[in-house]
Design a protein around this ligand. Structure first.
Ligand SMILES: *[C@@H]1O[C@H](CO)[C@@H](O)[C@H](O)[C@H]1NC(C)=O
Ligand SMILES: *[C@@H]1O[C@H](CO)[C@@H](O)[C@H](O)[C@H]1NC(C)=O
Ligand SMILES: *[C@@H]1O[C@H](CO)[C@@H](O)[C@H](O)[C@H]1NC(C)=O
Ligand SMILES: *[C@@H]1O[C@H](CO)[C@@H](O)[C@H](O)[C@H]1NC(C)=O
Length: 413
């Protein structure tokens, strides 16, 4: 755990400002006057659908000149580099790669591009639904950081398109601008790359419910304010929990503090959550048992907490049933499942949570008793099949019996 944090600190915190060493003001004016600059590629000044480029620091001393890296369009000539292939001045644009045989820019082959192609083919055949979204890919051909279900919510996804922690109400463009999922993706990567090799869950940076970085991050007992998109420490001011509560930090936001009672009363203060405490207690028991010579494989299933430090949407109650809960652990309506039932085993509360976020809407989804999405959802006289995340699959229809997921018992689940 410490190791990961150190890594995070090194990556994020100590970025030395190297530019101020030699390149003081006036140097470039002088340099440009004496040495001159070559004219940058014109693409960056145009930036239309066919001519685009990226302004970059120029590979000249102190980056004095302007430098434009042009992006080649689909089917344009490109060079893969190597002897005799000429000098590469630009590169293939977003989502494109240089085909080494043809030496032209072609679409990268990736899971996300394949999904887009499949969508496009179905769209041409008129088989896509009104609330179905074409998959969004990034410039590297990976899935974009989030997926939005029209009229519902947007949720974070991994580069492979797997849904991950982080969801917020879909309010169109503003939501998309504020949803970056950097914290959620960071935690996902830690879990994928580090956690398999360690015995106990690794705790990454704390996220907020939408998958952004929580403005307050603590390393040991010292807490800082960070940028919510990048996770980088914003300023020098820090507090020590042995004297001050996190509410003393300038970036403290009571709305984002799920457990404000930790800032009340007398020091020492804490910045933890019931799930983390529970996890720590369990780890302590295991370690204690080991010291006493017990074989502990039996216990070693320490369940992980969500990146916001909570237990997640599904909570096991003391009497053995499962319920759906919100960020603060409060029960959402009366979603519930009894042990040893199918409803219990596959309970995910995704619909309950989406519906909870849509509390103000009059077009909330219909959820099963266990909080999962009902497979058929209807809206404005049209019904559609949805997956476990509420995403439409295929065309909608006014007649439910024609839907591929239809089952005579469709209303009960
Ligand atoms: C982009 O700008 C270039 C140069 O001005 C022009 O030749 C080209 O037709 C423009 N493309 C589009 C799609 O407007
Ligand atoms: C704060 O509240 C949580 C849940 O509401 C509770 O579990 C915890 O014990 C409380 N902590 C303190 C210090 O009162
Ligand atoms: C912080 O945690 C410590 C140890 O669990 C506890 O003694 C202390 O009361 C907590 N402080 C607050 C303000 O809840
Ligand atoms: C279990 O507890 C929940 C609330 O915590 C309650 O709604 C439910 O009725 C209880 N179930 C049984 C079988 O006692």
């Amino acid at each position: 755990m410490e190791f990961v944090w150190l890594l995070f600190v090194c990556l994020v915190l100590y970025q030395v400002d190297c530019t101020s060493i030699l390149c003081e003001e006036g140097f470039c004016r002088n340099h440009r006057f004496k040495e001159g600059c070559s004219t940058p590629a014109h693409e960056c000044r145009i930036n239309n659908a066919t001519h685009t480029g990226l302004w970059l620091p120029s590979p000249t001393i102190c980056n004095c000149c302007e430098y434009c890296l042009p992006f080649y369009g689909k089917e344009s000539h490109c060079s893969a580099g190597g002897p005799g292939t000429g000098v590469t001045v630009g590169r293939c644009g977003h989502g494109l790669t240089c085909d080494p045989q043809q030496l032209t820019c072609v679409r990268m082959s990736s899971k996300c591009h394949t999904a887009q192609d499949e969508y496009d083919a179905r769209h041409l055949r008129g088989e896509t639904g009104a609330l179905e979204q074409r998959p969004l890919c990034d410039g590297k051909g990976n899935y974009a950081a989030f997926h939005c279900v029209p009229a519902h919510t947007c949720f974070c996804q991994s580069e492979d398109g797997e849904r991950i922690f982080g969801e917020r109400l879909n309010l169109g463009a503003t939501t998309m601008q504020n949803m970056h999922c950097g914290c959620s993706r960071f935690n996902y990567k830690i879990r994928k790359s580090i956690s398999p090799g360690v015995r106990f869950p690794v705790i990454g940076p704390r996220c907020t419910a939408d998958g952004n970085f929580h403005p307050v991050q603590c390393i040991g007992r010292t807490c800082y304010c960070v940028n919510r998109i990048t996770g980088k420490i914003r300023d020098e001011k820090s507090i020590n929990l042995n004297q001050d509560p996190i509410s003393k930090l300038p970036c403290y936001n009571a709305e984002l503090d799920l457990f404000p009672n930790q800032s009340e009363g007398k020091p020492p203060y804490n910045y933890t959550t019931p799930c983390y405490e529970h996890m720590q207690a369990k780890i302590d028991i295991i370690k204690q048992a080991e010291e006493n010579g017990f074989i502990t494989d039996f216990f070693t299933t320490v369940s992980e907490c969500m990146p916001d430090g909570t237990y997640g949407r599904v909570l096991k109650t003391t009497n053995g049933t499962k319920i759906c809960v919100d960020d603060r652990g409060h029960k959402i309506e009366d979603y519930e499942a009894e042990p040893n039932t199918e409803n219990y085993e596959n309970m995910d509360c995704k619909c309950a949570k989406t519906s909870f976020l849509m509390a103000q809407s009059n077009e909330r989804p219909i959820c099963c008793k266990n909080g999962n999405f009902r497979k058929i959802q209807c809206r404005r006289g049209q019904c559609r099949c949805v997956d476990s995340d509420g995403r439409q699959i295929g065309r909608e229809s006014a007649d439910v019996t024609t839907l591929s997921c239809y089952n005579p018992d469709w209303k009960r689940c």
